[in-house]
Design a binder for this molecule. Structure first.
Ligand SMILES: Cc1ncc(COP(=O)(O)O)c(C=O)c1O
Length: 344
């Protein structure tokens, strides 16, 4: 279980899959008797837990995912950390878990990044940061009560590509019956949501060779299994307004913030599936998230296998320039709005 030495693979074919390499240091804190312990930095490796803990039985787990980038000047910079810390606290509240203290979680993150700074890959790689919180307390009787104890861990992982297809257009299955999550849980970043989305995603892969699924129950577009969904065209971006059914993506927020300066008006509201199919006749569609960045959709597939080409079927021009603008900010090539980057 020791972390492997960090290579800087040259060719895409030799790059480890996203999340399979863990950095050498993690930070750990515990919540007991109503308060957080001081955290400690430890060598990455196994932890000992009772098999009776709340998180394993009743799903009291949440996590975050965001990145630290190595800029051309060699400095390491975390992108929009405060928003991810705030979302972690929001997820904890939604699961009746103790909220991590914002200052302590921030310190845990920056200390891990500092400790593993030599393991941060060059661009376009990055250090993916993964705070996780779960209910402990050795009792299998807590089905209807909150966890009595909890553990907060910050992991880090050097990453290269998420979508192994690189910048190629994605093939997305449109799921029109099933919701990605239970009511009100979409805005909570909890493992159960990903477990719930798994079977429809595996099925769409097998039956339709889809890369991902966009969930559209009741004729409304929500989001995909691990990214928000945007419709883009000259002069305009259209996406679902924030509500409890979708994750409040930080990448989504970053893109919508910079869009007006790029001549794109932002419209946030309910988007119907009919509108989406109409839009993609000559518009663009894309997935956005920390891992996906902004990945263009080339084809939508509907139940029964009917295919809808998105624009020309290639990644659209607005998707390309928006992605480039965001990446330039993440990699320190252009200034960001105040407070978006934290230098470690
Ligand atoms: C379900 C879901 N939606 C959206 C996102 C995008 O969120 P962010 O841009 O904060 O990474 C993610 C990624 O974490 C996700 O898992």
């Amino acid at each position: 279980m020791n972390a492997r030495a960090m290579p800087q693979p040259a060719a895409a074919t030799t790059r480890p899959a996203f999340g399979t390499v863990l950095a050498s240091t993690m930070a750990v804190a515990s919540w007991r008797d109503g308060k957080w312990s001081a955290h400690e930095l430890r060598k990455y490796g196994p932890i000992e837990l009772s098999p009776a803990i709340h998180g394993l039985h009743y799903g009291s787990t949440c996590f975050e995912g965001f990145k630290a980038y190595r800029w051309a000047d060699g400095s390491i910079n975390i992108f929009r950390m405060d928003r991810h810390v705030a979302r972690m606290r929001q997820s904890a509240r939604g699961l009746c878990l103790p909220q991590p203290d914002a200052a302590q979680l921030t310190a845990m993150i920056t200390q891990v990044v500092d400790r593993v700074r030599d393991e941060v890959p060059e661009a376009p790689g990055a250090l993916y940061l993964r705070p996780m919180l779960f209910g402990t307390g050795a009792s299998i009787g807590g089905a209807t009560s909150p966890a009595t104890e909890a553990m907060l861990i910050v992991l880090a992982s050097p990453v290269w590509d998420y979508f192994t297809k690189g910048p190629k257009p994605l093939r997305i299955y449109v799921e029109e019956q099933i919701s990605r999550t239970a009511t009100l849980m979409g805005m909570i970043k909890t493992g159960g949501n990903y477990a719930a989305a798994l079977a429809p995603t595996v099925q769409a892969r097998q039956q339709h060779q889809a890369d991902q699924v966009v969930f559209c129950p009741g004729g409304q577009v929500q989001e995909t299994g691990a990214a928000n969904f945007l419709l883009i065209r000259d002069g305009r971006i259209l996406t679902r307004a924030l509500d409890p059914t979708i994750l409040h993506g930080v990448t989504r927020d970053s893109l919508l913030t910079i869009a007006p300066d790029m001549g794109l008006e932002v419209e946030e509201r309910i988007v119907t599936t009919d509108e989406m199919f109409e839009w993609v006749k000559d518009g663009e569609a894309a997935l956005c998230g920390t891992a996906a960045v902004l990945s263009g959709v080339g084809t939508l597939v509907r139940s029964g296998g009917r295919e809808y080409k998105v624009g020309s079927g290639e990644v659209g021009p607005n998707t390309r320039r928006l992605r480039a603008a965001l990446v330039a900010m993440q990699q320190g090539e252009v200034p960001t709005p105040a407070g978006w980057t934290t230098r470690v």
